[in-house]
Ligand binder design. Structure first.
Ligand SMILES: [Zn+2]
Length: 283
């Protein structure tokens, strides 16, 4: 049995601010670097906990895909020695890179809630200017798009760790098969009450074991053929830019839509739209 872990950072225990999840840029305050370094170590330990749980449940192989920001956050030397890890961005399957390796189950570690969710730390969908994503009319987040990409490869998502709202949203969208591990409860976008990191890691390990013990009942989440995907932005100019791509229609003042024949096409077009919509507000 092979397991893929998609590791994000906003849902890691102790994280409530962008400062903690943004890799430092040249000239940035050293204090923000310290916070990021601590958070990436906790992220790595949460991933290790999931890896240990997977191996104890009988996995022969675990692959982890760094899925946050530039995707170079996991600390290689601190990772479980028996894992292979994927790093760097611009990957065909983005947060779900590694599905090509014929895996049997996918885990979400450190996931966050979708854009617009109240009382959910750092809730967003892809970038700060996406207000909503709807698939056949149903609002979802990164977890939903990623579950459908996994479904394309016949892979069920069976574990989700993160804040309480994120875990609830993954279960509601993907199904009850998802073993949830809540490491913090959100008060607002920038505050939460957390478990101790060591306890959070212990629960993640137990959750991973439980998730795989029920794997035979888990079903991949599949995108139906000719599905309608809508993307709502924070500003009409972003929708304007997307209309230069063939097949994209306006779906409201600040929204566009397209029809995808499968989840891979959805992923491709969605990512092209994210790139196209990254416009300057005053050209
Ligand atoms: Zn992230």
């Amino acid at each position: 049995m092979k397991v893929l872990i998609s590791a994000d950072m906003e849902g890691v225990c102790g994280v409530t601010s962008w400062v903690q999840v943004m890799p430092p840029e040249l000239g940035q305050e050293p204090s923000s670097t310290v916070e990021y370094e601590r958070a990436r170590l906790r992220m790595t330990r949460e991933v290790n906990a999931a890896i240990e749980g997977a191996f104890e449940a009988g996995a022969d192989e675990v692959i982890v895909n760094d899925s946050h920001d530039g995707m170079r956050n996991l600390i290689p030397e601190e990772l479980h020695t028996e894992v292979r890890f994927i790093s760097g961005s611009d990957k065909e399957l983005g947060m779900m890179q590694g599905l090509q390796e014929k895996v049997h189950a996918a885990f979400y570690v450190g996931y966050h809630a979708k854009a617009g969710t109240p009382a959910a730390p750092l809730a967003h969908t892809w970038t700060g200017y996406v207000n909503d994503v709807r698939i056949n009319g149903e609002s979802t987040g990164e977890f939903g798009l990623n579950a459908l990409i996994a479904g394309h490869f016949d892979v069920p998502v069976v574990l989700a760790t993160g804040d309480d709202k994120a875990v609830a949203q993954v279960k509601a969208y993907v199904g009850k098969q998802v073993q949830g591990v809540v490491v913090k409860e959100g008060y607002s976008t920038f505050s939460a009450i957390h478990l101790h990191p060591t306890k959070a890691q212990r629960l993640i390990k137990e959750g991973a074991k439980k998730a795989l013990s029920k794997l035979s009942d888990a079903k991949p989440k599949r995108l139906s053929k000719k599905s309608k995907i809508e993307l709502e932005f924070d500003h009409q100019s972003r929708a304007d830019q997307c209309l230069y791509i063939p097949g994209i229609k306006r779906a409201g003042e600040r929204a566009v839509s397209f029809v995808a024949s499968d989840a891979l096409e959805m992923n491709q077009i969605f990512r092209a739209l994210i790139k196209a919509s990254r416009v300057q507000m005053s050209p």
